[in-house]
Design a protein. Structure first.
Length: 252
């Protein structure tokens, strides 16, 4: 579909959906769609559970762009390539960005299927989308405090469990070892995943307001007697996506 519909809508808010959360877009209603392959510099994800398209929707008469899926460093891309979608959203006029992901729970007080509001992150990826020059940007308040408070209030009103915690990003595509999880827990991580942080860095460098939410789809390695599978991540994300939709609608 033509890019014109997205440009004419002049959206100021965008949502990026992680693994297994693609149906959130359908629940919001779709007015127009645009394949990632139709956007210069952006290609479709190779990961199951990532549809690879932008959809235009309305939330309380407010235009919102939803990105169904994302690219990852482990697909063989650079951090700059991974964040092409964020720069595209910024070019449309997006000023506020909600990033979601599927993550493994490290904090023993959390539970599989719960939501975690990201308060801060650990960049364990060894890279940044800002490489190539002295692109110094303050990262002391990456996840907007006022927006975080709005999400917490909405969760209370909806009687939803919404934890708060630190998200650790690793390169992947292999899952973490129990020793690595023990290290991350010592460093203060509450959940772990393989995405989001490059997008957050790029968005903040562009002056966008950011919120982050993790869907806790499994226990991190070594915390339970289990074998980790991506299919489980997608399955839990799909079943628990309804709570995320309710939360997003309330805040927006």
């Amino acid at each position: 579909m033509s890019l014109t519909a997205f440009e004419n809508a002049r959206p100021e808010v965008a949502i990026v959906l992680g693994s297994g959360l693609g149906e959130v877009a359908e629940s919001l209603g779709i007015e127009a769609e645009l394949s990632y392959a139709e956007v210069p510099g952006l290609t479709a994800s190779t990961v199951p559970g990532h549809a690879g398209r932008f959809v235009l929707t309305q939330v309380k008469n407010r235009p919102v762009v939803v990105a169904q899926g994302r690219r990852h460093l482990y697909e063989g891309l650079s951090a700059y390539e991974v964040t092409a979608g964020i720069r595209f959203l910024h070019s449309l006029g997006v000023k506020e960005l909600i990033l979601t992901n599927a993550a493994g729970a490290i904090n023993a007080g959390f539970g599989v299927g719960d939501l975690m509001l990201i308060t801060d992150h650990l960049n364990l990826l060894g890279t940044s989308p800002l490489l190539g020059g002295p692109n110094f940007h303050d990262m002391s308040a990456v996840y907007d405090p006022a927006w975080r408070e709005a999400f917490l209030q909405a969760a209370t009103q909806l009687d939803l469990t919404l934890h708060q915690g630190v998200y650790a990003a690793t390169l992947g595509p292999q899952y973490e070892t129990p020793a690595e999880i023990r290290m991350m827990r010592t460093l203060g991580a509450d959940a772990v995943g393989m995405s989001t942080v490059p997008e957050v860095i790029q968005a903040r460098a562009l002056g966008m307001r950011v919120a982050g939410i993790s869907m806790l789809t499994n226990w991190a390695a070594g915390l339970k007697d289990q074998t980790l599978h991506h299919a489980e991540v997608v399955s839990v994300g799909q079943s628990a996506g309804a709570n995320l939709t309710r939360l997003l609608k309330s805040v927006l």
